[in-house]
Write a protein that binds this ligand. Structure first.
Ligand code: NI
Length: 173
């Protein structure tokens, strides 16, 4: 399976609001498998469908050390988020090479469908809680750099545009 193409910030498609998944069927399972493979290939810990230009509420995550605990959340909803927050450095496969602090709830409770279409409840804390919040933001068209100051965000935007141009020039040689 060829890895999917990951959209890069500031691609406007990253700001699309995803629609709920209508059916957990063979097509959806195939998409989830391709997203997991793409995430592992890129050495990421999470990927939202939005990032591969599919605008449906689907995210894949694996925060395990051995990269052997894939989690697929379909139509995820955060039903509870702790008032306690923490600022931690985040990165994103759509914003390669950029890491910066974002304030997130330290624990969350999430309801989502699994690959069998069954409703599951997940309680998450630590890195998993942060990752779920980050990926779910993608589904509403939000990239983590939007939590940063306009100054920082503009610097990142400029850097990303330049990086892309350099890569294009490189590939033309
Ligand atoms: Ni991301």
């Amino acid at each position: 399976m060829t890895p999917l193409i990951i959209l890069r910030y500031p691609d406007p498609r990253l700001h699309t609001i995803a629609k709920p998944v209508a059916a957990v069927d063979a097509r959806l399972r195939k998409l989830a498998a391709a997203m997991l493979e793409t995430m592992y290939e890129a050495a990421g810990i999470g990927l939202a469908a939005t990032q591969v230009d599919v605008h449906e509420r689907l995210i894949v995550i694996d925060v395990s050390e051995n990269r052997d605990q894939p989690l697929v959340l379909i139509n995820p909803e955060i039903v509870w988020a702790s008032a306690e927050t923490r600022v931690g450095d985040e990165g994103c496969l759509s914003v390669p090479g950029i890491y910066d602090g974002v304030e997130r709830s330290t624990s969350v409770k999430v309801h989502a469908l699994d690959l069998d279409g069954k409703r599951q409840a997940h309680a998450a804390e630590g890195m998993l809680a942060v990752c779920i919040q980050h990926e779910m933001d993608h589904l509403i068209g939000k990239v983590f750099v939007e939590y940063l100051s306009p100054l920082k965000r503009n610097r990142i935007k400029t850097k990303m545009v330049k990086q892309k141009k350099d890569e294009e020039r490189e590939s033309e040689r």
